[in-house]
Design a protein. Structure first.
Length: 158
């Protein structure tokens, strides 16, 4: 069975495992754990025995980098402009789609993250300079890019 068929079969099993009822009882509605489970479930068919710890580390790094990039752009959206924010959002979502292979899951993750940020007072009227935002966004972009490359390289070698 080739990689795309294995991933398709794995996603089907994951969809059953990650049903709304299972998610609410198993993960208690915790979005980070849900996202982690989704990634682990999606890319676990590529893992080799004994390599689960590395997969977990790469997945955690990617989730954290994705959230950090989106949150920095959200925080800085007034300074960098809505168009720039939307470009970052689109890039993060594309990375999620690329890794999970599921656009619906990626959209749900993005929507949940944005809802969380919209409710957080930290993101309301931040006092931050455009230069500081540029530095922050560049730093977050490099971490996201490195995390994505690490997972992509792992997928290509297994």
């Amino acid at each position: 069975m080739d990689v795309s068929n294995r991933l398709g079969a794995q996603l089907h099993l994951c969809a059953q495992y990650l049903s709304p009822k299972t998610v609410s009882t198993t993960f208690g509605g915790n979005m980070r754990r849900l996202i982690f489970a989704t990634f682990m479930c999606t890319i676990s068919s590529i893992a080799v025995a004994g390599d689960d710890q590395k997969l977990e580390e790469l997945t955690t790094a990617f989730i954290n980098a994705s959230y950090a990039s989106l949150s920095a752009a959200y925080f800085c959206r007034d300074g960098i402009g809505v168009d720039s924010y939307l470009k970052v959002r689109k890039a993060v979502e594309a990375g999620l789609v690329n890794i999970t292979g599921n656009a619906d899951v990626a959209r749900k993750i993005m929507d949940e993250w944005e809802k969380k940020m919209a409710r957080d007072p930290l993101y309301k009227n931040p006092k931050v300079t455009v230069d500081k935002c540029s530095d922050l966004l560049m730093e977050r972009y490099h971490k996201l890019d490195a995390a994505f490359d690490a997972i992509a390289n792992r997928q290509n070698t297994h």
